[in-house]
Design a protein. Structure first.
Length: 161
């Protein structure tokens, strides 16, 4: 829900907890949430949230992520993978599926906002938007933005014959 709340600080604090859970349930029931799930033998092992970039107003209030985009730009904003499933390729499979689905739904460009690991292993609390290596494995390329403090990775659909 972080990206769906316009600002941090007091506004984010007001939405924490049950308010956020109720809001997410409402968004899911009204088909306003796009996500892919990964399963292993019926057990959920990962989640990836994505959608039209405009559905995530916080992306425009985070200075490091502001840049021009169109109505057909979609964003991959969140991964959740239980600790025992990390490092097994789940994030890559989730990103592949989310990207494919975004293009099926009309995206002309999909973005991701990974964090660059400063330590190995990177604490999961800081990697919820993914890491560059996962985006690179899926064909995303970093947008070069001089002086940017955080990378933005993008991909466009493969050319049709």
């Amino acid at each position: 829900m972080w990206w769906r709340v316009e600002r941090g600080g007091k506004l984010w604090a007001q939405w924490k907890g049950e308010k956020n859970r109720a809001r997410m349930r409402e968004l899911v029931r009204s088909s306003k949430v796009h996500a892919v799930l990964a399963f292993h033998q019926g057990e959920p092992v990962g989640w990836c949230s994505f959608g039209p970039r405009r559905a995530f107003p916080r992306l425009e209030t985070v200075k490091a992520l502001r840049h021009p985009f169109t109505d057909t730009t979609w964003a991959v904003v969140c991964f959740f993978i239980p600790s025992r499933w990390r490092g097994k390729g789940v994030a890559t499979k989730l990103l592949e599926a989310a990207t494919r689905r975004a293009f099926e739904l009309g995206a002309t460009r999909v973005e991701g906002y990974p964090v660059v690991p400063k330590s190995k292993p990177m604490p999961a609390a800081f990697a919820w938007t993914g890491v560059p290596a996962v985006f690179e494995k899926c064909g995303y390329r970093e947008i070069i933005r001089p002086g940017a403090s955080r990378p933005i990775f993008q991909i466009t659909p493969p050319a049709q014959p």
